[in-house]
Design a protein around this ligand. Sequence first.
Ligand SMILES: Nc1ncnc2c1ncn2[C@@H]1O[C@H](COP(=O)(O)OP(=O)(O)O)[C@@H](O)[C@H]1O
Ligand SMILES: [Mg+2]
Length: 193
Amino acid sequence: MNLSTQNLSLDIGGRRILDGLCIQAKAAEVTVIVGPNGSGKTSLLKCLTGELRYSGGISLNGADISSFSPAELALWRAVLPQAIELSFPFTVHEVVSLGLTTGLASETGCSFDKLVPQALERVGLVGYAPRPYQTLSGGEQQRAQLARVLLQVWEPTLYDMPRWLFLDEPVSALDIAHQLMVRAMSESGVRAI
Ligand SMILES: Nc1ncnc2c1ncn2[C@@H]1O[C@H](COP(=O)(O)OP(=O)(O)O)[C@@H](O)[C@H]1O
Ligand SMILES: [Mg+2]
């Protein structure tokens, strides 16, 4: 099961941002997209996650993503955008819990109460659950959001299908130690949590 694009093109404001892109990513592997500022990495990610309209095709686990409803897409992939602004005074626990929208935990007999602390531990934020999210540093917020998306795909396969993480500059606000933590996570982790 793969992620692939077929002749993917994107125009924004009359300018071509992506032009006939054909790429493939394999499940259980880390695929990294590198390029200069403004080369279209975020735009590509937004196409892959169904956020932007594009021409061409994008397949996820053997089906075109246009055939998925938003709720179905949320089953198969979690997205960490480059920047996230919260308008409400959520706690870290509440932010991370937003990843638990699918009801899968109860289906698999796992307790919701345990998953949030596990996700926070995975990103080095033990004890942060009751803190107001807005009081966290930029790097801590980035790790709390990473915990949220890890939680969304905490079962890396579902009905024998792989689940995908899309991360836009996931270590941009992190110190070196936490950059290495995320790198080790991606190298080691078939299990998200
Ligand atoms: N909403 C938008 N309106 C106008 N131009 C945009 C918009 N979004 C992205 N662009 C332009 O598209 C190009 C690619 O942007 P982006 O995908 O964010 O690049 P990257 O993530 O590689 O730095 C840039 O030149 C950017 O200015
Ligand atoms: Mg970008």
